[in-house]
Ligand binder design. Sequence first.
Ligand code: NAD
Length: 434
Amino acid sequence: MNIGVIGTGYVGLVAGTCFAETGNEVICVDIDEAKIAALKSGKVPIYEPGLEELVRRNLDEQRLSFTTDLEAAVQKSEILFIAVGTPQAPDGSADMDQALATARAIARAMNSPKIIVNKSTVPVGTADRLRTLIRGLTPHRFWVLSNPEFMKEGAAVEDFMKPDRVVLGGEDAEAIEVVKELYEPFVRTGNPILVMGTRSAEMSKYAANAMLATKISFINEVSNLCEKLGADVNEVRRAIGLDRRIGPHFIFAGVGYGGSCFPKDVRAMIAMGIPGLELPLLRAVESVNERQKLVLVEKVKNHFGRDLSGRAFAVWGLSFKPRTDDMRDAPSIPVIEALLAAGARVQVHDPEAENEARKIFGERVIYHQRNYDALKGADALLVITEWNEFRRPNFQTIKKMLKTPVIFDGRNIYDPVDLRKLGFTYYSIGRRDG
Ligand SMILES: NC(=O)c1ccc[n+]([C@@H]2O[C@H](COP(=O)([O-])OP(=O)(O)OC[C@H]3O[C@@H](n4cnc5c(N)ncnc54)[C@H](O)[C@@H]3O)[C@@H](O)[C@H]2O)c1
C-alpha cells in the first residue's frame, strides 16, 4: 500500500518506518527541513533503540522516503496518517493547531479518495471535527479514522511491531478493513485489533495514560505515608503487585512522572471537563505529581540546609525515563532548577539526553560525558533517571570522588542496607533508609 505519514517525530517516524518494514511504500512528511535532510541521509534525530537501523534498511530498499512536500505525498498515498504534535495549550487543553493545519493541507492537496487516519492524541470529537473541516475543502471522497498510538518511548519500535492491541475507531466498514489489513502483520501472535467508534478510540488513549499516571501518583502518595509511618514502599509494592487485580507494573515510587505524554494528556483530559462535571481524581493525580517532583530536593535541603550556595551536586539521569533522550516535562528539570535557585552548582550526566538538556539549561549546569566525572568535588549524588548503567556502579569510586558520601536516590535503585554498610548516607523515596 502507498502510505503517507505527516509528522516525523517519535510516533510518525516509528510508525512510518515499521509500515515500510512490512513492505509498504511510505512517504514521511515534516515541515522541519533540517529533520528531513538528516533523515534522507539515514540520520535519526532522536534516540530510540533499533530505529536507525530500520530507517537505513528501508531507505536503502527504497520503501521509505522523506520529504517536506506534503502535496506530493498526499497525491501518491491511499492512506494518510496524521502524527503531528498536540502539545499543551496555555489553558491546559490540547493545542490542535498542527493537527488542524495538517487536515487542511491534506484536504487542499487531495486528488482522489483518501483514508485519513489520525494517530495524534486528540480530544474526543476530533475525528468529527476533521470530517467537517475537510468536507468543506475538497470535492473528493474521504474517510476519517482514529488510531491512537500506545507505544512507549525507549521501546517504541518493539511496541509498534508487537502491540498489546491496536485500536481503530471509525464508522465505515470498508475503510476500517483497509487499515486493519495494514496492521495484520503486527498482530500475528493473536493480539486483537479493536474496532470501535472514533470517540471511544480517542477517549481510550487519554484513559490509558490517565490510568497509568494515576497508578504512579497513587504509589507516590503511599510512599510519602510509608516514610512517615516507618513502612517501606518497596515491600508494600511487592505485596500489592502480586494481587492480579492490581498487577506489578507502574507502581514504583519515585520523583514523579514526566515525558511528552502523561503530563499533557492528564491536563488535556482535565480541560475536557464539561461544566458541572468536575474531574477531581485527575486534578489530584496532577497535584500529587507536581509535589512529588520536589520531594528529593526537600531531602537535600533537610540534609545540607536551605541555602545551598557553595555546594555542588552531581545529577545522574536527565531524560524523563531511561532509553530515550526526551526531556519534555522531565522531573530532572524542576529538581535542577530548585538546586540552582538555592545557590548550588550542578554537574550532570546522562547517557543520551545531553543535547536536549543543553536546550533547557544552557551553560547553567556543567555537563559530563562519563558518569563518574560528574561526581568530582560534589557534596552528594542525586539519581533522577534509572538508566541501567547506574544500577550497579562502583560505589568505592563514587565514595572517593564525592566530597561527602551522600546519595539521594530518586528511583529507589540501590539497597539501603548495602549502602549503609559501605559508609554512605543514603536517602530514597518512601523507604527505611538503612
Ligand atoms: N511520543 C510518544 O511516546 C507518543 C506516544 C503515543 C502518542 N503520542 C502522540 O502522538 C503525537 C505526536 O507525538 P510525537 O512525540 O511524535 O511528537 P513530536 O513533537 O516528536 O513530532 C511531531 C512532528 O510533527 C511535525 N509537524 C508539525 N506540524 C506539521 C505539519 N503541519 N506538517 C508536517 N509536519 C508537522 C513536527 O515538525 C514534528 O517533527 C502527539 O499527539 C502525541 O501526544 C506520542
